[in-house]
Design a protein around this ligand. Structure first.
Ligand code: PAZ
Length: 327
């Protein structure tokens, strides 16, 4: 990349690009409901009795899973990506353990916190019909089912876990905006831990077909527009005081660190989690402006996840960040 490219890459996202994404986009049907849950969550977690783990009220918004790009307004077909939501779901558990309250913004149908050790089809594989009126958990899965149900319910009932779902890129970005504005009162005590795989390209709403695209007219020719880079808007306007962590995934290891560094500088992230597609469950490289830390799963422990040391590192660096505001 030459100097001119570099300068272009470091420019902020123009306001008109952001407006032209949001203005024609379909409005969230359940915006009022989402705002209400966010208000309840914020009230609960800013009150002195809010956080039961005795730490000051720290909060993290975790995004998880992939956004879809609809090809039709009455959507039959859409573009999707590989993300399973495991990183976001597992990290939610570790942040809760570390005393954080969590807003979990996840793709409908993707991995959920406390469920990673359940079989792929829990309903059919964990339960059996005992008689006409009762269903029981198979002994083999009893412990993990009990843990998943009790820990999830406890976190939701205590008001320290709020789950909000999205499917499309339009829903994702609108809900992220609502969350970031709602969490402003937490100032530097809030983290944005962006582990979703967000579409880079989309079909603008105004140029999208209304009905199912017909195959009779031959090969499909679609022009995708670039999704405006909302990271800089989140960082600079929606949640300027928060601690921001974005993720960068590549399949070509030769460009991974350069791309992570670029994201760090361009969007003024506090951390970028760099990972390669095939090894993302084994190791990640955490890039900040002062260090590059390789974080590995403890392969000597069965069931150990890379998200455990990763969240530990994030919590440590977030504590240092908060201290700067106390001084
Ligand atoms: O959801 P998952 O556990 O399968 O994968 C997580 C991840 C690797 C998609 C995510 O953490 C990530 O790196 N997101 C950024 C994707 C990107 O650069 O487009």
């Amino acid at each position: 990349m030459d100097a001119v490219d570099d300068a272009n890459q470091l420019q902020e996202t123009p306001k008109n690009e952001v407006m032209s994404f949001f203005e024609p986009a379909p409005l969230l049907e359940d915006a009022a409901e989402i705002e209400k849950s966010l208000k309840e969550f914020v009230d609960r977690n800013t009150s002195s009795s809010g956080n039961l783990n005795g730490k000051t009220n720290r909060v993290v918004c975790i995004t998880s899973g992939g956004t879809t790009v609809p090809l039709e307004k009455q959507c039959v077909r859409y573009i999707d990506n590989f993300s399973s939501g495991h990183r976001g779901a597992a990290s939610t558990e570790y942040f809760l353990k570390a005393g954080y309250s969590v807003v979990f913004l996840y793709r409908r149908g993707s991995c959920q916190p406390f469920c990673s050790t359940l079989p792929d089809d829990p309903l059919l594989e964990c339960f059996s019909v005992a008689d006409d009126s009762s269903i029981e958990v198979d002994a083999l899965h009893a412990e993990i089912v009990k843990r998943a149900i009790t820990e999830n319910r406890a976190a939701v009932a205590e008001g320290i876990l709020l789950k909000l779902s999205f499917t499309t890129i339009f829903e994702y970005l609108q809900i992220l905006q609502l969350i970031s504005v709602s969490l402003r009162d937490f100032g530097p005590s809030a983290i944005f831990f962006l582990a979703a795989a967000v579409s880079d390209f989309y079909v603008p709403w105004e140029s999208m077909a209304l009905h199912k695209i017909q195959s009779a007219s031959g090969p499909l020719d679609i022009r995708l527009a670039q999704v405006p880079k909302m990271l800089s808007v989140l960082r600079n306007e929606w949640a300027p005081m928060a601690f921001h962590i974005s993720s960068k995934l590549e399949t070509d290891t030769d460009i991974l660190l350069a791309k992570a560094n670029m994201a760090l500088k361009k969007y003024k992230m506090h951390m970028v989690i760099a990972n390669e597609l095939s090894t993302r469950k084994e190791e990640v490289i955490v890039v900040t402006d002062q260090e590059k830390v390789t974080v590995r799963r403890d392969s000597t422990r069965a069931g150990a996840e890379v998200e455990s040391p990763l969240v530990e590192l994030v919590v440590d660096r977030h504590s240092t960040y908060i201290k700067k505001f106390d001084a």
